[in-house]
Write a protein that binds this ligand. Structure first.
Ligand code: NAP
Ligand code: G4F
Length: 322
């Protein structure tokens, strides 16, 4: 039975990846940071099947200790401060987690077992002010937030350790991926949750920022499969994972509200509070390499994604009301 370590296992992707790895027959070690209250909401259905260990990307020795104790063959580094607006208000902390945290894990791997295969959760935010449309593995990077800058560092340090020390390090450049387990502050889940609340009479308006920004939105369950596929190849490499379609925030709103027979214009308020100091206007990925080399393709399209998130939010709110 192979062993995989997943950092960020309590997050959206961590929970889907842990589920997927269990299905593949892995022993899954999930790293969580110490908190005063337990935060396993997304893991509760598989909590007994995985081993939870305490560690923090800020603490080098905790990473070394986990690798020495559990001897994983694969490490998936999903932990990060992942919310772009927080990276503007807490840029130093974001750099510590999201950038230097990657080096700490790579150093731990080099020290304990350089044969470990390593996945780094890179991001389409690295493309920022895009230099090419669609964005592919060779597109020059131009990040627009402290988060994007930190991810560029994580991306390049992974490549550097691959080239310097021959580590099996892969960087997955994932475009936005969503699900009912997405944090509520991200725009997709904020929209589907609000639409469901409005439908049920629990809310009356939705405050949003820039409605014109365009994103390439896919389904998180599809994207964790790509992470695993990258580590099963003969050689390490970097891959864009995306749907190849782009939609505006307004289109997402229209799709969610019209699915519930609501006129979004009656409820959505544009609020400058949600504008960012610098915006990423357009993201659309070219997943051709992932398709050709990994045999990966998405299974959920934009409309299906919006609807499955709305349905899940309606269900959750109705259950809470009972
Ligand atoms: P998420 O839901 O925000 O989860 C982030 C995870 O990181 C949480 O488990 C969090 O733990 C953990 N974490 C944060 N700081 C940590 C630290 N110092 N030590 C240990 N753990 C720490 O993010 P996600 O959407 O699943 O994304 C997973 C990864 O992919 C992130 O690196 C993100 O930047 C990247 N990414 C995401 C997308 C996307 O569209 N979702 C696209 C491209 C790249 P707590 O539960 O304790 O907060
Ligand atoms: O949902 P978002 O906060 O996601 P964003 O900034 O694209 O970042 C996400 O995807 C990245 C991959 O490209 C990940 F690396 C990152 O970790 C994260 O998962 O915002 C999407 C767009 C932005 O243009 C934002 O300005 O929606 C716009 N937006 C408009 N109103 C809003 C809002 N975003 C949020 N969060 N809240 C709003 O009220």
């Amino acid at each position: 039975m192979p062993t995989a370590l997943v950092t960020g296992v309590t997050g959206q992707d961590g929970s889907y990846l842990a589920e997927f790895l269990l299905q593949q027959g892995y022993k899954v070690i999930g790293m969580v940071r110490r908190t005063s209250t337990i935060n396993f909401e997304r893991l509760k259905h598989i909590q007994r099947q995985i081993e939870i260990v305490q560690g923090d990307l800020l603490d080098q020795m905790s990473l070394i200790g986990i690798l020495q104790d559990h001897r994983p063959q694969e490490v998936y580094n999903l932990a990060a401060q992942s919310f772009v607006p927080t990276s503007f208000s807490q840029p130093v902390l974001t750099g510590e987690f999201t950038a230097l945290g990657v080096t700490r894990m790579l150093e731990a791997i080099r020290f304990v077992d350089p044969q470990i295969r390593f996945y780094q959760a890179s991001s389409s935010e690295m493309f920022g002010k895009v230099m090419e449309v669609p964005q592919r593995e060779t597109t020059p990077l131009y990040p627009r937030s402290p988060y994007g800058v930190a991810k560029v560092y994580g991306h390049w340090i992974t490549i550097n350790y691959r080239e310097s020390y021959n580590l099996f390090g892969c960087s997955g450049i994932l475009f936005n991926h969503e699900s009912p387990r997405r944090g509520l502050e991200f725009v997709t889940h904020k929209i589907t949750d609000a639409a469901a609340r409005i439908k049920l009479g629990l809310a009356h308006e939705l405050h949003l920022g820039n409605l014109e920004a365009r994103r390439d939105w896919g389904y998180a369950g599809d994207y964790v499969r790509a992470m695993w596929l990258m580590l099963q190849q003969d050689a390490p490499d970097d891959y864009v994972v995306a749907t190849g379609e782009t939609h505006s925030v307004q289109e997402f709103v229209e799709e969610a509200f019209s699915y519930l027979d609501l006129d979004w214009k009656q409820y959505v308020v544009q609020d400058p509070k949600y504008y960012r100091p610098a915006e990423v206007d357009l993201l659309v990925g070219d997943p051709a390499k992932a398709g050709a080399k990994l045999g990966w393709e998405p299974t959920v399209n934009f409309r299906q994604l919006v609807r499955l998130m709305v349905d899940a939010d309606l269900q959750t709110l109705q259950n809470n009301e009972k």
